[in-house]
Design a protein around this ligand. Structure first.
Ligand code: C2E
Ligand code: MG
Ligand code: MG
Ligand code: MG
Length: 274
């Protein structure tokens, strides 16, 4: 009976949905192999100041899939978050970024650069996250002061106190925090009072519409003012045109990231200012 019912159930799936499920299952199976098979890599996107000089980079994860080619994080990070693969994958990202910091530490041209690393809520909330990161810092010898963690508002919707404790512990060791995609989440603004943040990242959707859409312009201008009043740094992401950069500068934002300066590139392609 039960078996027949199960068999009948299948008829209610449409073929497109079955294909979709199969595709996801396959991708998930492949993702489990990505770390042991050494298929993950980091691209780096420069963050620049007023004068156009690079002050740091954001590490952006890529997956070199044997058949599909380069897979973007938008496709596999959500999957990795669902099945907790984000925990080992995220640890690999942190370790790789820290090793890069150490490689840069001896050259005066690169020694001061920071690396910003995206951390998923699922990864950040995992018990022992702070301890594991501190172990990575010690083991690699990377300076915590050069490492910035990018978190999103979704981290603060639940368990805000726990997130705060983890942040405080890491901050005490020198790690700093940026709030990514600011203004796109569902959280209230009150966390800005209580959390030890260092930087707000203006979401690229607002930057994109800045010159055409009055509401986006108002949100960006207000975010810049808010950051200043709270003594937080502010950086605009997704800056693609000179006009956007000029507008942002005129409104008091002096740090930028976007295609105008560089796309995320492999390490070898990063252009350092002499
Ligand atoms: P994000 O952290 O907000 O990163 C910014 C995204 O915008 C990146 O997409 C970047 O390539 C893209 N971008 C940069 N400048 C421009 C621009 O001028 N115009 C446009 N249209 N886009 C620009 P990417 O690399 O595909 O990453 C997407 C998201 O995946 C990231 O958003 C982040 O949330 C997540 N992600 C990436 N790497 C990691 C990682 O190591 N761990 C975790 N947990 N998430 C990651
Ligand atoms: Mg980010
Ligand atoms: Mg972002
Ligand atoms: Mg994002």
């Amino acid at each position: 009976q039960a078996k027949r019912a199960g068999g009948d159930t299948l008829r209610f799936f449409d073929p497109a949905m079955q294909t979709q499920l199969h595709w996801r299952a396959q991708l998930e199976a492949d993702l489990r192999q990505a770390l042991p098979r050494d298929e993950l890599l980091l691209h780096y996107q420069p963050q620049v100041g007023d004068d156009g000089r690079m002050t740091g980079v954001e590490a952006l994860l890529r997956w070199q899939h044997p058949a599909r080619g380069l897979v973007s994080p938008g496709e596999f990070i959500p999957l990795a978050e669902e099945n907790r693969l984000i925990v080992p994958i995220g640890a690999w990202v942190l370790e790789t970024a820290c090793r890069q910091l150490v490689a840069w530490a001896n050259d005066p041209i690169t020694a001061e650069l920071t690396i910003s690393v995206n951390v998923s809520p699922e990864q950040f909330r995992e018990a022992g996250f702070a301890d594991r990161l501190l172990t990575i810092l010690t083991r690699t010898g990377a300076l915590a002061e050069r490492l910035k963690l990018e978190v999103t508002e979704s981290l603060f919707v639940h368990d805000r106190d726990e997130a705060r404790e983890t942040m405080l512990l890491l901050k005490a060791h020198g790690v700093s925090f940026a709030l990514d995609d600011f203004g796109t989440g569902y959280s209230s603004l009150s966390y800005l009072k209580r959390l030890p943040l260092d930087q707000l990242k203006i979401d690229q959707s607002f930057v994109h519409d800045l010159l055409e859409d009055k509401a986006s312009a108002a949100i960006v201008a207000t975010t810049i003012t808010l950051a200043k009043s709270l003594h937080l740094q502010v950086i605009a992401e997704g800056v693609e045109t000179e006009a956007q950069r000029a507008w942002l500068m005129a409104h008091g934002c002096h740090a930028f990231q976007g295609y105008l300066f560089s796309r995320p590139v492999p390490l070898e392609a990063l252009a350092f200012d002499a």
